[in-house]
Design a protein around this ligand. Structure first.
Ligand code: SF4
Length: 315
């Protein structure tokens, strides 16, 4: 795979573009993810011509619409932000991003729980998205999206990174060569990743790939990608990882002597009981898959994780 690109709110890399003239560096993003991904940086507020520093802006509900305005309410940036978002989405498409990390709480960039005020300045709710982030998500509904802060949660971090890799593979395996065989290959490669989310979902996607119900390949691929996105939107639970690990073990269990079999079962059980992190049983299983050359499993995305990011070490 070529290097993965992800969109990033520029202030998270330390760029001093915020309303107060400062950056808001996210250390994990800027010091660890940056060695693994290329960042396509954007600051939508600077993009619409606002100065640094600047007056703060917020989302305000006016009649039936949510508008992006200054605190005094006499300047409305909604149209400019929408115009900018359209152009920026075009750039992200050209750059072929496979994920996006947004700055939390921002009326432009926040991806979850952004506040919306009424015209008197009272909070109506905090369940919105920033205006720019909303446009990006509508344009690319399959795009893995996270916020700084949330990436400190081991489950969300692992889920985001796995999904970004999966989207990158989708772009190179399926989009670049759209045919039923490439869709089948993608599905095979992600079999155990999907199983770690839902066995029912895995089967449903398998049926879609196998039958297609006489639909055009573009429609099957779109339906597959949207279902894949829905299925993987929340971190896989521990019990499902345990199920996957025992399934993988089934491929080489007969070849192990009693001592090694007992060892690996014990490692999986210790993970199930929360005594060791996921990286230990995954490494043990990978070791035997390589040792016994289980070809079918060598390409599984479930076992292809970036060791340098230690995503499995805290799961
Ligand atoms: S949150 Fe978004 S708009 Fe605000 S400073 Fe950061 S990149 Fe710019």
């Amino acid at each position: 795979m070529s290097k993965i690109k992800i969109g990033v709110s520029a202030c998270l890399t330390g760029d001093e573009v915020r309303y107060n003239g400062q950056g808001s560096e996210d250390k994990f993003l800027n010091r660890e993810l940056s060695s693994h991904f290329d960042f396509v940086k954007v600051c939508p507020e600077v993009g619409i011509g606002l100065s640094i520093p600047r007056e703060t802006i917020r989302l305000v509900r006016k009649n039936d619409e949510v508008r992006l305005v200054n605190h005094g309410g006499d300047k409305d940036f909604t149209d400019k932000m929408q115009e900018f978002s359209v152009k920026s989405a075009e750039r992200m498409k050209k750059e072929r991003i496979s994920g996006f990390v947004f700055k939390k709480n921002s009326p432009s960039c926040g991806a979850f729980r952004v506040k919306v005020y009424n015209e008197k300045g009272v909070t109506q709710h905090n369940g919105s998205m920033g205006m720019y982030a909303k446009h990006i998500q509508e344009k690319f509904p399959w795009l893995p999206v996270e916020e700084d802060g949330r990436l400190n949660d081991p489950g969300l971090r692992h889920n985001f990174i796995s999904r970004v890799h999966a989207i990158k593979r989708w772009q190179e395996m399926v989009e670049d060569n759209l045919c039923i065989q490439s869709l089948i290959n993608f599905h095979k490669t992600h079999k155990y990743m999907l199983m770690s989310y839902s066995q029912v979902g895995l089967k449903e996607l398998g049926r879609l790939v196998a039958n297609g119900d006489g639909k055009a390949i573009e429609d099957i691929a779109h339906e597959y990608l949207m279902k894949f996105t829905a299925l993987t939107s929340k971190p896989a639970p521990r019990s499902k990882h345990v199920n996957v690990l025992f399934h993988l073990m089934g491929y080489f269990s007969q070849k192990l002597d009693d001592f090694d079999r007992k060892e690996i079962v014990e490692t999986i059980t210790r993970y199930k009981d929360g005594l060791v992190p996921l990286v230990l049983p995954v490494r043990a299983v990978s070791h035997y898959i390589k040792k016994f050359k289980v070809e079918y499993l060598l390409e599984q995305s479930y076992l292809d994780y970036p060791e340098d990011l230690c995503v499995l070490n805290r799961l």
